[in-house]
Ligand binder design. Structure first.
Ligand code: IFM
Length: 465
């Protein structure tokens, strides 16, 4: 299916609709990331990350919000695991903060950092919750950024070394591993658009970063394989978007092809076809200069076989051409309801993206490694918080997972983003993605109606299975 093909059936359904029958081995989960929830950024020898530096730079985040305290999960992890258990969650995707393990990115290992994640993974196992670990969810050690960050090829080898250390320590408790999370965001939003750490505005740097992130995925996969027990699974999590021309004419269709190349194909093609999309290489070389960081053997490493693909899905993108040229395809107006982030709500897009991945790239098992929505919630009253929009979002996307399974996609996990309201990067604490409300003054957790819906959905799915 092409990026612009008509979409399959609409996936929206009532919150009370019959759950899909989970295939054997399927698990319902929730996801978080270290810098967004942990806090305790100075505890137990943790080093500085690029997000500490960025968030503490005036003007970079809404209200100057930082992850210094966040959800205080570093101290409250036991209660958070207990909370997941009460919600009948079956799998928990968390990320490991590289600067807790190697405070300057390389050199001496900080055992206290490793111990934290070991305790967490064991605590999850004790409650029958599967731990799924992400190695990189955007918190590069600042010391490595000082040496060029992901634009420097050396960072790839530092990442492989970090992966080997963590895999050797946690491989007996963690069976599923995600190397990189959303490399498009890290590379382009961080280095070309400057919205995220390290906040650069330089296309050649962003392109080198994108290549090195992909290479680091391959190298980390190789490194993990040398230390993980047989049967462990490794994959990368890509954020994928259906791309829709705002108007059905040639200029808009061309813009959609470019946007698709920028956000989707630039990552899917090297991972699954061992080549960058030629149209995009030509465009970048024309507009930004030589793309000359690729060395012999790199694409074979990037396309090294993995065990699953992680798909983060939130919304489709509607696009229009821009007078500034093809590199600057613009976002067009959304159609229909949007979330608090302004992201168009379209459960059918999830089914569409999974069908496309299967038709054009791979029949590997898929994990929906993130899916969720931010809305402006009321304050909890007497322990109750109604969030009908988030609940409907969840119900619609769960229905789309069921449809994708029926289509033949081999979906193995579904992770709601996110367990907790948390630090939404440059948007600070204003955007609440949690199915559990967090009072950032008291750190009180209150499951929202969407959390109770999810629990009930899991229970009903398990009864029907
Ligand atoms: O909060 C982020 C997450 O860290 C990465 N994926 C998208 C989420 C919502 O913006």
């Amino acid at each position: 299916m092409s990026a612009t093909a008509p979409r399959p059936t609409e996936g929206g359904q009532e919150a009370t609709a019959e759950p899909f029958v989970p295939p054997p081995g399927f698990r319902f989960g929730v996801a978080t990331a270290a810098y967004q929830i942990e806090g305790s950024t100075l505890a137990d020898g943790r080093g500085e990350s690029i997000w500490d530096r960025f968030a503490h730079t005036p003007g970079k985040t809404v209200n100057g919000d930082t992850g210094d305290v966040a959800c205080d999960h570093y101290k409250r992890w036991r209660a958070d695991v207990e909370l997941m258990d009460t919600l009948h969650v079956e799998s928990y995707r968390f990320s490991i903060a590289w600067p807790r393990i190697l405070p300057t990115g390389a050199g001496t290992v900080n055992q206290r950092g490793l111990d934290f994640y070991k305790r967490l993974a064991e605590g999850l196992r004790e409650r029958g919750i599967e731990p799924v670990a992400t190695l990189y969810h955007w918190d590069l050690p600042q010391a490595l950024q000082n040496g060029g960050g992901w634009a420097a090829r050396d960072t790839v080898e530092r990442f492989a070394e970090y992966a080997r250390i963590v895999g050797a320590e946690l491989g007996d408790v963690v069976g599923s591993w995600i190397t990189q999370n959303e490399p498009w965001c890290t590379a382009f939003l961080g280095n070309a658009i400057g919205k995220k750490a390290p906040g650069l505005h330089d296309w050649p740097t962003a392109l080198a970063v994108s290549h090195h992130l992909l290479l680091s995925h391959g190298r980390a996969t190789e490194a993990l394989r040398t230390v993980l027990p047989a049967g462990s699974e490794i994959g990368i999590a890509l954020n994928l978007f259906p791309i829709l021309p705002a108007v059905d004419d040639e200029a808009h269709r061309e813009a959609a092809v470019v946007r698709d190349g920028y956000v989707n194909r630039w990552f899917l093609d090297p991972v699954f076809r061992g080549a960058y999309p030629q149209d995009m290489v030509e465009l970048y070389e024309r507009e930004t200069g030589p793309f000359d960081c690729v060395q012999d053997g790199d694409l074979a490493t990037i396309s090294t076989p993995t065990d699953f693909l992680g798909v983060n899905y939130y919304n489709p993108m509607r696009v229009e051409p821009s007078d500034e040229g093809p590199l600057h395809v613009r976002d067009a107006e959304s159609v229909g309801p949007v979330t608090g982030m302004g992201w168009e709500i379209d459960p059918a897009g999830l089914r569409q993206i999974l069908a496309r991945v299967r038709a054009e790239y791979t029949s590997l098992p898929v994990m929906i490694t993130e899916n969720g929505s931010a809305f402006e919630d009321p304050e909890p009253a007497d322990g109750v918080l109604e969030d009908p929009e988030r609940r409907a979002y969840l119900a619609g996307h769960l229905a789309a997972v069921g449809e994708a399974l029926a289509d033949g996609s081999d979906v193995r996990r579904y992770f709601v983003w996110s367990l907790l309201d948390n630090y939404e990067w440059e948007d600070g604490y204003g955007q609440r993605f949690g199915i559990v409300h967090v009072d950032f003054e008291t750190q009180a957790r209150t499951p929202k109606a969407s959390a109770l819906f999810y629990k009930d959905y899991i229970d009903r799915a398990r009864k029907g299975a």
